[in-house]
Design a protein around this ligand. Structure first.
Ligand code: 5AD
Ligand code: SF4
Length: 378
């Protein structure tokens, strides 16, 4: 009996860590590999190639990856193992020192090279195969047009890569590079191609979508163009930076009928001193004013945020500023993170002086508050 395996050749397994951007990157990698007639498998044990698409944004995310790689020791056959994405870019060839099981390391802007790298690695003896690629600055546009989507109705569409904000705690500009926006025509074509495959809902992705600019097309113009695409039923976008969020965006959210009234607007802290140390470029008062305008202009608009607790030197009163801001704004959802120092960042040099227990306490307190708000108790 023909199992189909011989016909299709190698079987690959891909595990995604981190954000939606990585979910989309894993689809892009899957699209590139299936174009080589390789077969995606959800069974780790039968894979010839195992790819970890990784995240570096918090220490916890990295620890999880190292622990998962450690568990691969138990696998009997000797699959080719690749570590790709943000951790690849952060640690480059040092990954091989940390884990001898890894065969190739590929940064986020080099993922188009993965099929060639695998071919190269597959020809080498498993004890000598070590390949890394972390040098490309701009991704080739064609990788976005492979048509591989996990979901049949909904697709993520990347509109920009990287970030030039350099918030003091954030590793993104160092691992994904500075902001690069995709040509708007290519984005619109990708959406049309997705619709032709049956997709009806889209989420536009970028670290800071509001900074989008391509040949006179800014983010507002882009979402107007997306709204007019035939066959598209609904779309949304993440993530917005308060500093670049304007009243024009709220007008567009009010008026564009296909655009979901959902805004993810990370505040990070309610304390002006901490916001300044974070290099966020706005104050608590500015943020409150922005939210006020959003609520006035976008009726029934949903609002969510990210908050970091235990940033270096954060005092109890400054944590209370974050707590009170959550209480005052009553977000629909808050994602709370315990600060962890990240390589290359400015804050890595600050004293990480809020203890683990204290970070946990602050984390728990705001989480509980948000839970009560969400349940309508507060
Ligand atoms: N420590 C903790 N949380 C962080 N984030 C980014 N960098 C760090 C860090 N060093 C959080 C921010 C961001 C979200 C994606 O992750 O809140 O909005
Ligand atoms: Fe990181 Fe700040 Fe850019 Fe967000 S805006 S990706 S937190 S540097």
């Amino acid at each position: 009996m023909d199992t189909g395996v011989k016909k299709t050749g190698l079987r690959f397994y891909i595990r995604t860590f981190g954000c939606q951007m990585n979910v989309r990157d894993s689809e892009i990698i899957s699209g590139l590999l299936t174009a080589e007639s390789w077969q995606l498998t959800t069974n780790l044990g039968e894979a010839d190639i195992i790819i970890f698409n990784t995240c570096s944004v918090r220490r916890h995310a990295e620890d999880k990856v190292w622990s998962e790689i450690g568990k691969l020791k138990k696998i009997q056959n000797s699959p080719i193992i690749g570590l790709v994405g943000c951790m690849a870019q952060a640690y480059k060839e040092k990954v091989f020192e940390r884990s001898s099981r890894v065969d190739f390391v590929v940064g986020p802007n080099d993922i188009h090279k993965i099929p060639e790298i695998i071919k190269k690695v597959a020809c080498q003896n498993m004890f000598v195969r070590k390949v890394w690629e972390t040098n490309t600055r701009i991704r080739p546009e064609e990788i976005y047009h492979k048509g591989f989507y996990e979901n049949r109705e909904h697709a993520y569409v990347i509109i920009s890569e990287g970030c030039s904000n350099f918030c003091s705690y954030c590793v993104v500009p160092y691992v994904r590079g500075e902001l690069k926006t995709r040509p708007h025509n290519s984005i619109l074509r990708e959406i049309e191609e997705a619709i032709a495959r049956g997709i009806t809902k889209i989420t536009l992705l970028g670290q800071n979508v509001n900074a989008y600019e391509d040949n006179g097309v800014n983010f507002i113009k882009l979402i107007e163009l997306v709204n007019s695409i035939k066959g598209l039923k609904e779309f949304s976008f993440i993530t917005s930076h308060p500093q670049d969020t304007t009243l024009d965006l709220f007008k567009a959210m009010r008026d564009l009928e296909k655009l979901k009234k959902y805004l993810h607007l990370p505040v990070q802290s309610g304390s002006n001193r901490i916001l300044n140390l974070m290099r966020r470029g706005y104050t608590r008062e500015f943020y409150l004013d922005l939210v006020n305008n959003y609520r006035k202009m976008v009726k029934d608009g949903v609002l969510s945020t990210d908050i970091i607790v235990g940033f270096p030197t954060e005092k109890e009163e400054e944590f209370q500023d974050s707590y009170n801001l959550v209480k005052e704004i009553r977000f629909n959802a808050s994602y709370i993170f315990k600060y962890s120092p990240r390589p290359y960042t400015e804050a890595e040099k600050f004293p990480d002086d809020v203890s683990r227990e204290e970070k946990e306490r602050r984390h728990r307190i705001i989480l509980e508050l948000q839970k009560e708000i969400s349940l309508g108790k507060k």
